[in-house]
Design a protein around this ligand. Structure first.
Ligand code: NDP
Length: 418
């Protein structure tokens, strides 16, 4: 598998977004997944820097009302809702504003390819793959929050980045941290990459307690405010597993050079260890506006209204090994990474089904990892884990994995009732 080594060059004064005296053209930016958590944080930063950014396209899945409001507030050129049934609501919300309205999967791809300096890929789940790949194919700068792009189709995605000469900037806080701590290093000098996990709301819970964890408890993340899917993934540690796969594709390391440590304070996001024994860490308070700002302004910096770190107030930063017996998802993701092919895509698809079932009360917390493990096993038996030749094969494997997971889920639900 190949990697892209992202070169980090020093910030140049002419690119300094934060310098008010310098008149630079506003950056044209599109936000895919504008109504989500990453989308809101991105638009918050943009609204604080109106003269520095011009909003091109904003997209959502079905939340047409909120999308229309955002498009008006941020003076977007076009707003696109993926669900065609919500087109009328969007059109009505934009009536008289001159902002274009569109709907459906093709319109989403068209929005992603509109002329822009940067596309924020903030759609959740595998649904983000097609539009993000379309933005990459235009050779755009893509700020990548949607980790599923790399989990489901990492090799293909990175090949597309190389072919198009696109610029990929990681937004996930840990990967944004690695990106900064790499500081233009040679791959041969990197010994290991460490990403941190908060441990989520159940870090200290026993297996017995975990068996009765409710969606409300799992959604109450101690440090981060995020969308529902990633919040549950943080509680199971699947999020960290997906991030290991993401890191493997983004950075020039082998799987054994990637480590996870639990760091409940979520202040240190990532560390890069070098062969001279140095370790460079990236620290910030847990607020997505910091990594988003880093990607929007790169290679310069821009102001973000986040709480600053007070080391003395913090006093102690602690680190622990993750307990993979209680949090099986991490080990499953590591196995899928080792296995390669479609295993990570199947893992991710099964996890999406399992998380949705947990959130809607159809599956217990511990059964999330179980359903993922069972789906991987069933997919292996059906020969679904081998390499995919192209995007349609990835989409096919994703759909087959969802069907398998849903069938297994129905079986479990029936067994639980009888
Ligand atoms: P949210 O659930 O808050 O938002 C998801 C966004 O994607 C919404 O705008 C939603 O629209 C849209 N969307 C969902 N499904 C589809 C679909 N099928 N087609 C088109 N658009 C769709 O997610 P987050 O902002 O939390 O996460 C977004 C991505 O960023 C995820 O991949 C996540 O892993 C990653 N990430 C998130 C972080 C965070 O702090 N939130 C941190 C690091 C990474 P609608 O509102 O209409 O449903």
């Amino acid at each position: 598998m190949g990697h892209v080594t992202m070169s980090v060059t020093p910030a140049t004064a002419s690119a300094d977004i934060g310098a008010p005296s310098r008149a630079t053209a506003a950056k044209r930016i599109s936000v895919l997944g504008a109504t989500g958590s990453v989308g809101h944080s991105t638009l918050d930063l943009i609204s604080r820097n109106r003269d520095k950014f011009q909003v091109v396209a904003l997209t959502a899945n079905s939340n047409a009302g909120q999308l229309a409001e955002l498009a008006v507030r941020h003076r977007a050129e076009i707003a696109v809702v993926a669900d065609p049934a919500r087109y009328r609501d969007l059109k009505d919300g934009l009536a008289g504003t001159g902002i274009e309205a569109a709907a459906g999967p093709e319109a989403l791809v068209e929005a992603a390819t509109r002329s822009a300096d940067c596309v924020m890929a903030g759609i959740s789940g595998a649904a983000g793959l097609k539009p993000t790949l379309a933005a990459v194919a235009q050779g755009r700068r893509v700020a990548l929050a949607n980790k599923e792009c790399l989990v489901c189709a990492g090799d293909m995605f990175m090949q597309a980045v190389r072919t198009a000469g696109a610029e990929l900037l990681p937004v996930d806080s840990e990967h944004a941290g690695v990106f900064q701590a790499l500081a233009g290093a040679n791959a041969a000098d990197i010994e290991r990459i460490v990403i941190t996990a908060s441990g989520g709301p159940f870090r200290t819970w026993t297996r017995e307690q975990l068996a009765h964890a409710t969606p409300a408890q799992a959604l109450a993340h101690p440090n981060w405010s995020m969308g529902p899917k990633i919040s549950i993934d943080s509680a199971t540690l699947m999020n960290k597993g997906l991030e290991l796969i993401e890191a493997y594709h983004l950075f020039p390391v082998e799987p054994h050079q990637l480590e996870v440590v639990v760091h409940p304070q979520s202040i240190v996001h990532a560390m890069v260890g070098y062969r001279d024994g140095s370790m460079l860490a990236q620290l910030a308070n847990p607020d997505m506006r910091t990594p988003i700002a880093a990607s929007l302004a790169w290679p310069a910096r821009m102001a973000a209204p986040t709480k600053r770190i007070d080391l003395v107030e913090l006093g102690t930063l602690t680190f622990e090994r993750p307990d993979e017996a209680r949090f099986r998802a991490l080990g499953l993701a590591r196995q899928a990474l080792q296995q390669g092919g479609m295993a990570p895509a199947v893992l991710s698809a099964a996890n999406e089904i399992a998380v949705d079932a947990f959130l809607t009360g159809r599956l217990g917390f511990l059964q999330i990892a179980q359903l993922v493990a069972d789906t991987l096993e069933a997919a292996g038996k059906r020969g679904l884990l081998s390499d995919a030749a192209d995007l349609s094969a990835v989409v096919g494997a994703d759909a087959a994995a969802r069907d398998l997971a849903l069938n297994l889920l129905r079986g479990q639900t029936r067994a639980a009732r009888s």
